[in-house]
Design a protein around this ligand. Sequence first.
Ligand SMILES: CSC[C@H]1O[C@H](OP(=O)(O)O)[C@H](O)[C@@H]1O
Length: 304
Amino acid sequence: MDNHSYIHFFYFFKMNHKKNNSFKNQSGKDRNQYKIMVVDADMIGIMGGTGVYEIVEMGEDIEKRVIETPYGESPEISTFKLHDVPVAFMPRHAKGHANPPHMINYRANIYAMKKLGVDQIIATNAVGSLDLAVKPGDFLIPNDFIDFTKTRQFTFYDHKTVHVDVTEPYCPNLRDILISSGDVIGEGVYVCTEGPRFETPAEVEMFRRLGGTVVGMTGLPEAVLARELEMCYASICTVSNYATSIAPGKLTIDEVFEIVETKMKDLRTMVVEAIAKIPSGRSCQCKNALNGAEVENSIEPEDL
Ligand SMILES: CSC[C@H]1O[C@H](OP(=O)(O)O)[C@H](O)[C@@H]1O
């Protein structure tokens, strides 16, 4: 086992270890079946969003797998090599865009990536623009978010008190790499709604006044769950439309898919270029996200 794999193994051992050495979760299932099995350390993850379901044609030695997690099964993940770097691609909404934003199993998705050995994630998101200067067809790398989701499982820490810091919600190093890999707007605030409906004009006006730049439905809790597992995470937002009421007329998903499709080639080029630049080993603080975040001696209810 190399150093990196050992660290992953240790980390998950720590996460799963209970005072009484029991690995049973609340449903009584044996947690050993979920213990980390690193396929490839230093793996880069890509979470493909709307219109981005396959990116595997970029790589070699493609394998497909579904990962079991304590939260359920992941969508089918493709693993492959790109510039000799191991990459895992997951379509966030699963095959055929089966899962709408509020039904995505975000915990299973992120846990599965971690289980594979992914420690850095590049996400792609289609978004509506809240700002006339940010136009359909633009790429934007958000540096902050506002979370308006309502019904989602948004943390791994229901049974232990952990408050992760999100002063820098997206990995600064990964953002810098993305910003230098394409023609992008280098900052902006991503507002996440619950969906699946689009926004009302009053909501769009509120999001604008709150400082939002773009709006989407899937960026949260994905970014926070990645932070909770000490993974680096950054997003490439493809602006697919002006948010409702900013441009006249009804918003349809056809226009979203159409713009994403026209930007697909540039998006792929950006992702390939970024992956080539990602250094092995991480110098950011994402890998230490749990330092100073756990309330000492907080007891997991299942231990009582
Ligand atoms: C089909 S339009 C709305 C849909 O597009 C975005 O998806 P993703 O972030 O996965 O690219 C948005 O969040 C909605 O899920």
